[in-house]
Design a binder for this molecule. Structure first.
Ligand code: MIC
Ligand code: SF4
Length: 644
């Protein structure tokens, strides 16, 4: 039986394990990326592992999330990351150079190679045939040190694209359709591969929109094969030598196959507050719009921006709409300026933001109370915009631009003929905002500001793990619920004790105080707990509050790995109804914890005793030997230090 694209790349990078879905495999990582909001922690952890120089082919530290600099905290973190990068052999992409995923695909991604990034949208580089995976900072730190990346071998899903997109229908609509079909849980434990005759007409930026937002499916990653389209893109970026053909065998075996006829697609929208609440724009109708935000790693390429500029040209933004545009990279911004498209945007009344994440992560541009905000971003999780009552809809750049003019949600097909946009034969290449590290790092001093506080490290598992049920939450709790990241909190990513006071507060404002008063305990959750971001802070903040285990109906992949890496047990109810048998403040205990954890490796269940209800509950956690050792040691850092 033949192999899929992803299976081939995994095989070529295999350090241990077999390509059998559900089993643990370890792969060699060629490239890593970090961004500032997870990077500070990743580098603190890298320093704690104590390796003199990164061992990857290429590691890049981006500054893109946290660029508001409302106080010294951001700037201190930037300086810390710059100095660490300089010392340990990492390229440093300065603030202003752009959003990590956009810059990485433009300048560094290579088909057939592996990329591990401390950001859940790292799969963007799957758009050029790279196996690009998002992970917690500690996993990235270990990979920078030359350690393998361990993952559960995913199942393979094929999305076969037929036909061609009709005018005004876009790559965003393709991925929204996939989300409608598979839902935000549908990709967990899977890699999504795109193929079929329809892919030939999709440019690299369009493919990247699709693989980027595969993160919202919960997928391990998404990937396109590389082909002439990929080669043309790499040539235009001045690096044709990076091209390698990667693709599936003709008889590759997929666990699931879906077919999408591009001719049938229409402009779609994801309604509040989930990327899979998908409906046609026409069905939602002409609701009044207050804000339109165009940008983010999903839709900020030159291709997207030129389309937006073409729609805006000669028009004026509706009086009731605030239109903000953040081009994805300095390259995009420079070219928009050179081509005159930036002038068209400014003339129309757009507010141009710097090339960074900005509104996507609530770093400014929070909408007004009860606002309707249309965004080209990938996540419309509750509260993420910084305004709890805002209604955020996810749309394509075309829908966004058309609606900004009309003042109501607009199907761009109403605009008549679509302007034709061609990608340039050559992009403006200027890497002067990427600082190369010192060839010799020994003498470089790492600069630490007062905002960098020690982060919590767990301890070995005790004989008995006991505590109360500190909170009980529903299905699909996101990392934005667990560790909110608005403009007020993002500057504290290197200060976990401070952040812990906001942990899970969107679900229950009393949670941090209750956790502290009870000396920690257990979190009880529904399905797909921890979906969304790779932020390790969603595990570190609970650890700071003494959380010992999360009992859930199911978990999202990266968050589950982050819990294990921090020595917190992510346990799944064998009988989902047992969720109902635990009430707030019930007294729970795991007896003989070390023995029970070891038995999980054999596929046995673990028993949690609910002392208040006088009943036992069975929970599962399929663990490899290595994962069991990590949990027993109290996390990956302790384990790595112990095992070298
Ligand atoms: C996000 O889009 O949620 C983020 C902010 O980029 C996160 C990373 C973080 O929380 O720092 C992600 O996607 O992993
Ligand atoms: Fe930045 Fe938003 Fe992309 Fe996350 S999803 S990397 S916050 S642009």
């Amino acid at each position: 039986m033949g192999l899929t694209t992803a299976q081939k790349i995994i095989r070529d990078h295999l350090v241990s394990g077999e390509l059998v879905a559900g089993r643990e495999v370890a792969i060699r990582i060629d490239q890593t990326l970090t961004q500032d909001s997870t990077g500070t922690m990743a580098y603190l952890q890298f320093e704690a592992i104590n390796i003199p120089r990164v061992k990857t082919d290429l590691s890049v530290a981006y500054i893109d999330h946290n660029t508001l600099q409302t106080g010294f905290e951001n700037a201190d973190d930037h300086m810390y990351i710059q100095s660490v990068a300089n010392k340990y052999g990492i390229r440093f992409s300065k603030p202003g150079n752009g959003v990590c995923h956009q810059v990485h695909i433009e300048r560094f991604g290579v088909p057939g190679k592996t990329l591990l990034g401390s950001d859940s949208h790292t799969p963007t580089c799957g758009g050029i045939g790279m196996l690009a995976i998002g992970a917690g900072g500690l996993d990235v730190a270990v990979a920078m040190g030359g350690g393998a990346y361990y993952l559960t071998m995913p199942k393979m899903v094929k999305v076969e694209l037929l036909g061609t997109l009709k005018p005004w229908v876009t790559a965003k609509d393709i991925i929204l359709e996939v989300l409608r079909l598979l839902t935000v849980k549908g990709g967990v434990g899977k890699i999504v591969e795109y193929g079929g005759p329809g892919i030939a007409s999709l440019s690299v930026p369009e493919r990247a929109t699709i693989t980027n937002m595969g993160a919202e499916l919960g997928a391990t990653t998404s990937i396109f094969p590389s082909d002439e389209v990929t080669l043309a893109f790499l040539k235009a970026q001045g690096r044709p030598q990076d091209y390698v053909a990667v693709g599936p065998d003709a008889d590759a075996d997929y666990d699931e196959t879906y077919t999408i006829d591009l001719d049938q697609l229409v402009p779609l929208v994801a309604k509040p507050h989930s990327p899979d609440h998908v409906a046609p724009v026409r069905e939602v109708g002409p609701i009044a719009v207050d804000q339109v935000a165009i940008g983010s790693c999903t839709n900020s390429s030159l291709f997207d921006m030129l389309k937006v500029a073409a729609v805006l040209k000669g028009k004026t933004v509706h009086p009731n709409v605030s239109l903000v545009i953040a081009p994805g990279s300095r390259q995009v911004l420079t070219m928009l300026s050179r081509l005159g498209a930036l002038t068209d945007m400014i003339d129309a009344g757009a507010r141009i933001l710097e090339s960074a994440c900005g509104p996507c992560i609530g770093m400014g541009q929070s909408p007004r109370t009860n606002a309707v905000s249309l965004r080209t971003i990938n996540r419309n999780f509750y509260g993420r915009s910084g305004t709890a009552s805002a209604q955020v809809y996810l749309v394509s750049p075309e829908v966004a631009a058309a609606s900004a003019i009309a003042g109501v949600l607009t199907d761009p097909r109403d605009l008549g003929e679509m302007p034709k946009i061609d990608l340039p034969a050559a992009f403006d290449v200027n890497d002067n905002l990427v600082i190369l590290p010192s060839p010799e790092g020994n003498f470089v001093e790492v600069v630490r500001g007062p905002n960098i506080q020690p982060f919590p490290v767990n301890t070995e598992v005790p004989a008995e793990i006991g505590g109360k049920a500190l909170i009980k939450v529903e299905d699909n709790i996101t990392t934005d619920h667990i560790m909110p990241s608005n403009a007020k909190l993002l500057p504290y990513r290197s200060n976990v004790p401070y952040l812990a006071d906001y942990c899970l507060t969107p679900c229950d404002p009393e949670f941090p105080a209750r956790a502290k008063a009870n000396n920690g305990g257990f979190i009880i959750a529904g399905a797909n707990y921890g979906q969304g971001s790779s932020r390790e802070h969603a595990a570190l903040a609970p650890l700071q509050l003494g959380v010992k285990a999360v009992l859930a109906k199911s978990f999202a992949r990266i968050h589950m790995a982050n819990l294990i890496n921090n020595g917190i047990l992510p346990l799944t109810f064998v009988q989902p109804e047992d969720y109902d048998a635990i009430d707030l403040l019930d007294e729970l205990v795991i007896n003989d914890a070390p023995e029970q954890i070891k038995a999980l490796v054999q596929g046995e269940n673990l028993v949690v005793r609910n002392k208040t209800k006088d009943r036992s509950i069975e929970l599962s956690l399929p663990l490899s030997e290595r994962q069991a050792k990590i949990l027993l040691a109290g996390g990956l850092l302790n384990f790595t230090r112990k095992e070298g």
